[in-house]
Write a protein that binds this ligand. Structure first.
Ligand code: FES
Ligand code: FES
Length: 142
């Protein structure tokens, strides 16, 4: 199997079996965001305690790229402190822009989305959940 096939399987797995689907009732942060080009939307809830994202869930409707990216994102930020979560978001954004990115940290499943950088129309799909996360954490940081 080539890497593309493997990556596609990871993306489809997150789409069909989303991690962290739902709404955190005790979530300290709630962010709603939509992709204006298609109307797809996400509601992200995050619990932040002592500067750390201790839990995160998402709800929404969208294409396989947006929903799988949300699933991967919520998985990746759990347990991270705010700065590290934002750093990961920067890495993801660089990856989407086809820029060099810091791959010294373990990106886990997120790497499966790197091929999206080849399809400019889909980059907004992949970054939707990340933009929501950034917005929530930046507001929380103030
Ligand atoms: Fe068309 Fe996302 S807006 S694929
Ligand atoms: Fe709407 Fe992908 S087509 S987020």
């Amino acid at each position: 199997k080539n890497l593309d096939t493997l990556y596609r399987q990871v993306i489809m797995d997150h789409y069909k079996n989303p991690r962290n689907k739902g709404i955190l009732e005790d979530g300290s942060l709630t962010i709603n965001m939509n992709n204006p080009t298609c109307g797809d939307r996400i509601q992200l809830t995050m619990k932040v305690e002592d500067g750390k994202v201790t839990d995160s869930k998402f709800e929404g409707e969208g294409c396989s790229i947006s929903m799988s990216s949300a699933s991967m994102m919520t998985q990746a930020i759990k347990g991270k402190n705010i700065d590290d979560a934002l750093k990961l978001s920067k890495i993801f954004s660089d990856m989407m822009l086809g820029k060099e990115y810091d791959d010294n940290i373990d990106l886990g499943d997120i790497e499966a989305l790197q091929g999206v950088s080849q399809f400019p129309a889909r980059i907004k799909c992949a970054t939707l959940a990340w933009k929501a996360m950034e917005k929530g954490l930046n507001e929380n940081n103030q």
